[in-house]
Design a protein around this ligand. Structure first.
Ligand code: BGC
Length: 264
């Protein structure tokens, strides 16, 4: 007798999210009332080359392993409009202009698939369940990783595809100044890196006037070492969902109570 719980048994309360990154793909069923994943996420390395077909097949493998048969939400590090991936800054160029929602749906027996930008997913999750839960002002969520991802929310409503990592700050793209990868690559001290982050945040503040900034991405686990060094005006807090934010936001976008800003 199988003892594995059937996560599809509670379709109204459970969603399923897949978070696609440059090195790994993570997926899990999510309790949409609490924002918790049901069990540890399943993972698989991102296939190389990371063509749309290879990535969709790998993601479908995780859905299969989880025994999930319902709708899925998928994040990608790309601008996504109406299921089409429009940019490919840190992913294979073959994603440009792909009807990725259709591709994933076909690979998953034609089930409903909702696709969204990875940082937008993280922002939705933090706004509902994490560091910005209940905040009714303007929240800017930033993910510091290979690039800088951004999600802009006003009273919990997402303005999708903001792409602030590409804003030019004193002649250099924000994500080339202050991504986590830059810190590692250039072996920057925490003060030196925090100075670059501050410079970028001041530019965001000048243009958007957020009430709260949420700092996410792997480097938020070390927030104590750099948040206190920031010199910008807006309060900056560390993300709370850490490595599940993308999965949770993806599951929310595909769930029955889909948040505003994910409908196109
Ligand atoms: C991409 C964004 C993405 C961010 C974080 C940027 O380079 O343009 O779409 O959200 O990286 O992965």
């Amino acid at each position: 007798m199988s003892v594995r719980p059937d996560p599809s048994a509670a379709p109204d309360r459970t969603g399923f999210g897949i978070d696609i990154g440059g090195t790994g793909i993570k997926a899990a069923p999510v309790d949409l009332r609490t924002g918790e994943t049901r069990g540890a996420p399943l993972t698989v390395p991102t296939p190389q080359p990371a063509t749309p077909e290879a990535v969709a097949a790998a993601a479908a493998g995780l859905v299969d392993r989880a025994g999930w048969t319902g709708p899925v939400g998928v994040t990608l590090p790309s601008v996504v409009r109406a299921g089409i991936t429009h940019t490919a800054a840190n992913i294979a160029p073959s994603w440009l202009g792909v009807d990725a929602a259709h591709l994933f749906s076909r690979t998953l027996d034609d089930r409903p698939v909702r696709l969204l930008n990875d940082a937008d997913a993280a922002g939705l999750a933090e706004a509902r369940f994490g560091a910005a839960a209940g905040h009714d002002g303007v929240v800017l969520m930033l993910t510091f990783g290979t690039g800088i991802g951004s999600a802009l929310l006003a009273a919990g409503v997402l303005v999708p595809n903001t792409e602030l990592g590409h804003l030019m700050v004193d002649g250099v793209a924000a994500e080339h100044r202050a991504s986590a990868v830059r810190r590692g690559r250039d072996q920057m001290s925490w003060p030196a890196w925090a100075a670059e982050v501050s410079r970028v945040l001041k530019e965001y503040e000048r243009l958007l006037w957020p009430d709260l900034i949420v700092a996410g991405g792997g480097i938020s686990a070390e927030a104590d070492r750099w948040l206190p060094l920031l010199t910008n005006r807006t309060p900056v807090v560390a993300a709370m969902l850490e490595n599940t934010a993308g999965i949770v936001g993806a599951a929310m976008a595909a769930g029955p109570l889909r948040p505003s800003g994910t409908g196109h």
